[in-house]
Design a protein around this ligand. Sequence first.
Ligand SMILES: CCC[C@@H](/C=C/S(=O)(=O)c1ccccc1)NC(=O)[C@H](Cc1ccccc1)NC(=O)N1CCC(N2CCOCC2)CC1
Length: 214
Amino acid sequence: VPDSFDWRDHGAVTPVKNQGSCGSCWAFSTTGNIEGQWAIRSKKLVSLSEQELVDCDKLDEGCNGGLPSNAYEAIMKLGGLETEDEYSYEGRDDKCKFNRSEVAVKINGAVNISSDENEIKAWLYKNGPISVGINAFAMQFYWGGISHPWKIFCDPSELDHGVLIVGYGVKDGEPYWIIKNSWGEDWGEKGYYLVYRGAGVCGLNTMCTSATIN
Ligand SMILES: CCC[C@@H](/C=C/S(=O)(=O)c1ccccc1)NC(=O)[C@H](Cc1ccccc1)NC(=O)N1CCC(N2CCOCC2)CC1
């Protein structure tokens, strides 16, 4: 497994999106993972619908929060995900407008990934971007560089945000994760969060999941 790898260089990551004033981070984390799985499998990079999850995933709570693990189950129940173009983002809870004939991607299941950061690195390199839960405390004050907040400021058991690990690297001897956020391109490093890799920072290693496409 190489010392650094970035799925953005391999056509598996869509441009950074913006969830707006809706607590739908969980839906962006989920679509980001499935966009990656689909791109790697089909060689086609397609932006997928978060609004379908906000409106139609009844296991979660739309703009009031959710979990990628619930969303995978809901997507299987619904029959798949529509594209961003077909079911575009409104940034508010709305009635379900799911149209089965417009389904672009189907998933067959989901997996929980190890909390060991070396195993997470190997899994990412082999399989694609990973949906993760994280304590977003340090992200609210992030201006760039490699974030390494003290544990007392970023309790790893207080996960409150869903994001996507798209790669990893080492800078001046410091290992880091490359995390895609959903707060627009003006936030952080062009929409991305670089965070220290190897110390379970902010609990980012404790809820790593991915959808599976057979
Ligand atoms: C109000 C919801 C806010 C939203 C993200 C908003 S946000 O804008 O990205 C943000 C996050 C942190 C600081 C500032 C801004 N957070 C979530 O959706 C987070 C995301 C998350 C948490 C933990 C692991 C993985 C992903 N999830 C949650 O907030 N929830 C998890 C599911 C829970 N349900 C309770 C009833 O039974 C079904 C589950 C509801 C709360």
